[in-house]
Design a protein around this ligand. Structure first.
Ligand code: NAD
Length: 504
């Protein structure tokens, strides 16, 4: 089915979505759709209603072992014989299939994650298809270099050296629930471009679009075992994948806490590892900012995906000349954002992904008030069906309060005044995270002076929360290790082999 216009409400769930949900959803290992060895399953919920919509296999260490074995066999099989142009072609087919099944995938994502179907269509489907095409382009552009060397032994000998870039091997990919399809693509697409094979474990809350994606990988013509999916919990399937000796590289996106566990485990076996972790992004607003941009700053910067975004600008620092206006504007705007199911794009605040996460966000809000921060909206808890949280804005916040230091990952923002810009930058950097940040100013000097002082992997200017496949993305400090996107991302999936030839 052709994908609907992004802003169209879903009045009736697409028949393919209903039949997928009614089917016995499986994992994919090789070209087989399989249940878990144990037969156990995990319930999957619709966050907008709080009701169970289906179940998926609860993968075990045994299942992971089978998937890694399939990925290893594929790495050494037909896949390794394909020309780069063949890999590119099959990736382009996959991108076409993502779009061709776009409405199904978008509705499935919204039913499973709760997010606005507009975002499912634009980001989970549209940006994912673009991402696969972008990485498909790199498949034919992987290159080493020739190197002049000065090896002095034995005297008079001459050598020529060059480097080869080779696939790192079997990739274990572990993804979070906030952008399920998109995060899966951020791992799978560069891995395929580089000739690797993949075992992916999606978050237990949101496995559905990843399962469909891996089915589409087979339909696109990827050989069996090139991409495998194991559904299940982090503690069981995720830990088994992390520890599996047959995995060469771990590609993880998720919380800093779990990232540390995975990083330690990776180093035990010297697995290659990239970690895309949590954030607590500051937005520094100077007196001279264009106040017409406040709507964009709040809508995209803070409340996009209902605040469940790793780069969400949850700490606003506003210079004293505009502080009151920023508070008034956000108070008015945020208080009136429509809250409801993501199936209607008019609803701008959608549910939290799970009951557990709803409790976490509510607890963060309660703690903020207990510690003395002032809730501007006094929203109070949401009462009704589904995992919703009413947005809240905090003022009078100290740097050491948990609402300022810990990732809430919900529709909550703090606003803090500053006088001296250097103080603002000091407060902006006063966090263990360093993923994203933004500066809002119309003064070029201010921009050039303060961008270098911000400790974050991405700094936007008069914008926020906008990644691109060609722009390196990753964290300073405890927001991660390594960069995704762009040419640099390929290095995560390649080994460099030096070849040194003695000349006769
Ligand atoms: P999470 O860390 O709880 O889970 C992420 C994944 O890790 C899930 O698939 C989970 O099953 C798995 N997992 C959990 N414990 C594991 C273990 N012991 N071993 C192996 N795998 C394990 O994160 P989440 O709650 O799903 O996602 C939200 C977090 O992700 C936030 O902190 C957010 O900032 C971060 N995030 C970061 C980026 C980025 O690019 N930096 C992007 C999106 C989300």
């Amino acid at each position: 089915m052709q994908i609907a216009r992004p802003d169209t409400a879903v009045d009736e769930i697409h028949a393919d979505v209903s039949s997928f949900l009614d089917s016995r959803i499986t994992m994919v290992i090789g070209d087989q759709k399989v249940a878990s060895e144990s037969g156990a399953t995990l319930d999957v919920f619709n966050p907008a209603t709080g009701k169970k919509i289906t179940e998926v296999p609860k993968g075990t260490a045994q299942d992971v072992d089978k998937a890694v074995t399939a990925a290893r066999a594929a790495l050494n099989g037909e896949w390794s014989q394909l020309l780069p142009a063949d890999r590119q072609r099959v990736m382009l087919k996959l991108a076409d299939l993502i779009e061709a099944n776009g409405e199904e995938l978008a509705q499935l994502e919204t039913l499973n994650n709760g997010k606005s179907v507009m975002m499912s269509r634009l980001i989970e489907v549209g940006a994912s298809a673009d991402y696969v095409r972008y990485m498909a382009g790199w498949a034919t552009k992987i290159e080493g270099s020739t190197i002049d060397v000065s090896i002095p032994v034995p005297p008079g000998a001459k050598y020529q050296a060059y480097t080869r870039k080779e696939p790192v091997g079997v990739v274990g990919a572990i993804t979070p629930w906030n952008f399920p399809l998109n995060m899966a693509i951020w791992k799978i697409a560069p891995a395929l471009a580089c000739g690797c094979t993949v075992v992916i474990k999606p978050a237990e809350e949101t496995p559905l679009t990843t399962v469909r994606l891996v089915e589409l990988c087979l339909e696109a013509g990827l050989p069996a075992g090139v991409v495998n999916v194991i559904t299940g919990t982090g503690e069981e399937a995720g830990a088994a994948l992390t520890a599996h000796p047959g995995v060469n590289k771990l590609a993880f996106t998720g919380s800093t806490e779990v990232g540390k566990i995975i990083g330690v485990q990776a180093m035990r076996d010297m697995k290659r590892v990239t970690l895309e972790l949590g954030g607590k992004a500051p937005m520094v607003m100077f007196d001279d900012m264009d106040m017409d941009q406040l709507g964009v700053a709040a809508g995209i910067g803070v409340f996009f995906n209902s605040g469940q975004t790793c780069c969400a600008g949850t700490r606003i620092y506003a210079q004293k000349g505009i502080y009151d206006k920023v508070c008034d504007f956000l108070g008015g705007m945020v208080g009136s954002l429509p809250l409801g199911s993501g199936l209607d794009p008019a609803n701008q605040i959608n549910p939290m992904v799970s009951a557990k996460h709803q409790s976490h966000v509510n607890a963060c809000i309660a703690r903020g008030a207990e510690q003395g921060a002032q809730p501007l909206l006094k929203s109070g808890p949401y009462e009704g069906e589904g995992f919703f949280v009413k947005p809240e804005i905090f003022t009078d916040v100290d740097q050491n309060m948990s609402i300022m230091q810990d990732e809430v990952f919900g529709p909550v923002v703090t606003i803090t005044p500053f006088d001296d810009p250097d103080d603002a930058i000091r407060m902006a950097n006063d966090t263990r995270f360093g993923l994203g940040a933004s500066i809002w100013t119309t003064n070029l000097n201010t921009m050039h002076k303060y961008v270098p002082k911000i400790e974050a992997g991405t700094v936007w200017v008069n914008a926020h929360n906008l990644p691109d496949q060609n722009m390196p993305f990753g964290g300073y400090k405890q927001s991660g290790v390594g960069r995704e996107h762009g040419r640099a991302a390929l290095d995560n999936y390649l080994e460099t082999k030096s070849v040194c030839i003695a000349l006769g």
